[in-house]
Every structure is written in C-alpha cells, then in structure tokens.
Design a protein around this ligand. Structure first.
Ligand SMILES: [Zn+2]
Length: 339
C-alpha cells in the first residue's frame, strides 16, 4: 500500500485529518487538479485503501496514486511511479491481487494515470424518453406505479420531478421507467425498470464499456444513487438499499421524517461504493442498511465492509419484504424501526 501520509509529510504538503470535508479514516488536502478553485481541502485520501477523490470534480479521483502524485509534485508519470514503487516493498504479496480483483475491466479510473487528457464521455437522454407526468401516453406506467407499487395518482407529478423519472414506449428501453443517475449537472448513467411481467431483465443500465453506444460516463456500480443530491438535501438518517425503487419508496415516504435513501444498484457492492458511503456518512447522523428481508447475509457483509464506519442493520417488519413495498399506508410500521 502506498503510504500517502508519509509521502505528504515528506513532501511538506499540508493536510488535515478533521473538518467538514474529512471522513473518518481519511486525510484531506487541497485538490491540486482544482488548483485555486479549491478554497479548502476538498480532496480526500482514504488511508487504508489509498483511494483518493475530490468533492468538487468527479474526474479528480482514482484508485492508484500516480495521477495524484503527478499533480502534487508536477512530475512525470515515471517519477510518480518511482515514488509508488519505492513503497511497494511493504505490500504483502496477495494484497495487490486482492486490489486487482476489485477493479473492473475497462474502467477509466483504473488506468486513469495513463489517460489524463481523455475525452469526456457525455450521456444524454435518448429520443423518446418522456418525462413522467400525467398524460395519456404514460397511463400504463402510472398504472404500474399505482396498482403495482402502491403510489397514488397524486404522487405521480412529484415522483417524476423529484427523481427525474422518464418513461419509454419503444426501442431498446421500451416499457421501462428510466431512473437517471446524475453527478451534479452531469447525467452519468440511468437504469430502466421494466413494467412488463414478461420481461426477464428487471433492471437495465447503460454500459460503461469503451465500445458501448450510448456509453455511460460512469459504471452504475461506481455510483451510489443520488449521492450528491442527498448531500444537498440532507437528512438525519441515510438508508442503504439494494435497488433504485427501494430507495425511491423509502425516500419518498420517509424523507419528511429525516430518513433519506440511496441504493447500491443490486445485491453486490463495489469498493468504490463503500468509499462513497464513507464520504456520505459525514452528512448524516446515522447510516442504516435496509436490504430485502431475505438478504441478511449480504447486509452483514456490507456492514463488515463498511467498518470502522458504524452502521445499523434494519430488519423490515413482517409483511414488508423489501423497502420497495413501503407505502403511505405502512410507513409508520417502518418508521418505528428507526426510533
Ligand atoms: Zn478537484
């Protein structure tokens, strides 16, 4: 493991270990890539993993230290690699292998140090992605949300606005409700939930593979649903759920009680998502894991992976199999679990 703290001390680079932008287990420095635009220390380095990232610009992040060393010392890749290698002697053999398995093939972030001036990937909603609102064309989708998911017709406009939902009538994304994932103003991915019982793939998101068209700027597994929106909107409790509709149900019905929700887009979670949860935890009083009733084992693995961050596992009451079944009618029985 590259010892960043030792490196910062050696290079006389000021860092802070506490403050509004500093997560536990992190040190923060002024982001050298933002330069004067970073008024304080917006770049966090997770000491144990060496993962680093800037709160201001999402591209200012990586798993390997090279790019950050280059920016800090204004040096070449070879020089940065020299610093990196001089620390390598201390790494146990299997540790690198373990890190390698965490990296996704084709992920920009993994080879970020080789692709600094890479063209920015942009994603836009496709033709035929219609904003969810009360209109004749949307009726099957509204029916799915009301009859299938327990929302009321009066919820539809707000749901559409708050979560930026779209619906699609034809093409690859036909019969799907589109749940967009933003990073600030930038659309970085979306996931489409089918409303058809005949469709086998329930959730589908945009590929981040280099050859994909359209191509998502970020792999969905490197995102946490509404991660930046939640920092702005705030709340007391952050609930981690599996799927985006789990998060939407919890967030929609419980946010007035201080409970906000995000999701990991599936039952497996990535190292990147762990890191993002750590960062988000700074903005909430409690972090709760609220997975499906049958997913206790996953919940415990997630809890262990999040350590030393303190989290609570919330078991849903009988009759509610997953957070996606939370409605206005049963929300009080869920609320009482958080007392
Ligand atoms: Zn930055």
């Amino acid at each position: 493991m590259f010892n960043f703290v030792e490196f910062l001390i050696e290079q006389k680079i000021p860092y802070v270990t506490s403050g509004p932008n500093v997560s536990s287990g992190n040190v923060n420095i002024k982001c050298p890539m933002c330069g004067p635009a970073d008024p304080s220390q917006h770049l966090g380095i997770h000491i144990a993993s060496g993962v680093w990232g800037c709160w201001r610009i999402k591209d200012h992040r990586g798993r390997r230290p090279h790019r950050l060393i280059m920016a800090l010392l204004n040096c070449s890749y070879m020089e940065a690699d020299h610093y990196f290698r001089s620390e390598q002697a201390f790494i146990p053999d299997d540790f690198l292998e373990e890190i390698e398995t965490l990296l996704e093939p084709g992920d920009d972030i993994d080879d970020g140090e080789k692709s600094i001036s890479k063209d920015r990937v942009e994603l836009r909603f496709l033709n035929g992605f219609r904003r969810l609102r009360h209109e004749r064309l949307a009726r099957r989708f509204i029916w799915y949300l009301c009859d299938g998911r327990g929302f009321k017709p009066k919820d539809i406009e707000l749901l559409g606005k708050q979560y930026g939902l779209r619906y699609v009538l034809s093409g690859v994304w036909k019969n799907r409700i589109i749940i967009p994932v933003f990073m600030g103003d930038q659309l970085v991915n979306w996931t489409g939930r089918t409303i058809s019982d005949l469709e086998k793939i329930r959730y589908m998101s945009v590929s981040h593979e280099k050859t994909a068209n359209p191509r998502a700027p970020m792999s969905i597994k490197n995102c946490l649903y509404r991660q930046l929106e939640l920092i702005e909107e705030r709340g007391d409790i952050l609930a981690i759920t599996e799927g985006p509709f789990d998060a939407i149900h919890m967030d929609y019905f419980l946010s007035e009680h201080g409970i906000r929700a995000t999701c990991i887009f599936g039952t497996a979670f990535s190292e990147e998502q762990i890191w993002i949860i750590h960062e988000l935890s700074d903005f909430f009083k409690r972090v709760c894991i609220v997975l499906d009733r049958g997913a206790m084992e996953t919940a415990m693995i997630l809890q262990t992976s999040l350590a030393p961050l303190e989290t609570e596992i919330i078991m849903l009451p009988s009759g509610i199999e997953d957070p996606g079944e939370i409605t206005f009618q049963n929300k009080n029985s869920v609320l009482s679990l958080f007392d």
